[in-house]
Write a new protein. Sequence first.
Length: 266
Amino acid sequence: MATPIGNLGDITKRAVDILARCDAVACEDTRVTAKLLNHLGIRKPLWRYDDHSSDQQRENLVSAMHDKAVALVSDAGTPLISDPGYRLVKTAQEQGIPVTSLPGPSAAIVALTLSGLPSDRFLFAGFLPVKDKARDDVLAELARIPATLVFYESAQRLGKSLEAIAARLPGREVAVARELTKAFEECRRGEAASLAGHYASHPPRGEIVLMVGPPVENGETEVDVDALLLAAMEQEKPSQAAAQVAKATGMERKTLYARALELRKS
Ligand code: SAM
């Protein structure tokens, strides 16, 4: 079942009812879930279950479910969404245990609905890899998908991810949603390079969802921009080539210059 991502008022009536009636709660961190249950005035046995739980621990938990009603929660938001639970649900279903899902908050959906980016098609891609090459590979894989891309992100890595997006997905609208449902909630939109500049001078805090709008409709996709830059660089230095392409496309010169330097290296 889903639990709040910040504002405790976002717990659903049904979640409170099931937490009050279940036999036990399986959770990622017993201290975090104990706080939520204390707030609700509910006492239940808390069973730790997370991504480090062994196959045997999962089997034991599923065996217990044959005669006990177990509620699965994560620290915040919806379990299984970049959180533990997938293998548990699958194993329980394979053993014929009835499973249902109680909807509620998930940071990806809250962020998308606040971003001002197209919400008709979106692709949730979890966390971007930490290593530069792996992150670039994922961005290259996702570049042509005609949908808003939604990533979970940490405050420490936001700057690097924005720089990678500026280089790999130039010209796309980006939104950064921070501290959703909490006192300092904010959502900032712009080009990745300008957002990177903003957060370099205002280091972000808290929890973050990073979103990238779909490729622009007039065909100025990454591939077209690359082709334009490469053609311009046959005659010009990267800075001049970036200026020319900026004039032709209306895209940010700084972003194009960064991409031109990347292209010259490869
Ligand atoms: N299962 C959760 C959900 O449904 O939202 C997500 C769990 S994932 C381990 C945690 C990540 O979700 C954070 O690093 C952040 O990217 C995002 N997140 C969670 N709460 C958030 C909030 N209040 N504001 C912005 N992002 C949040």
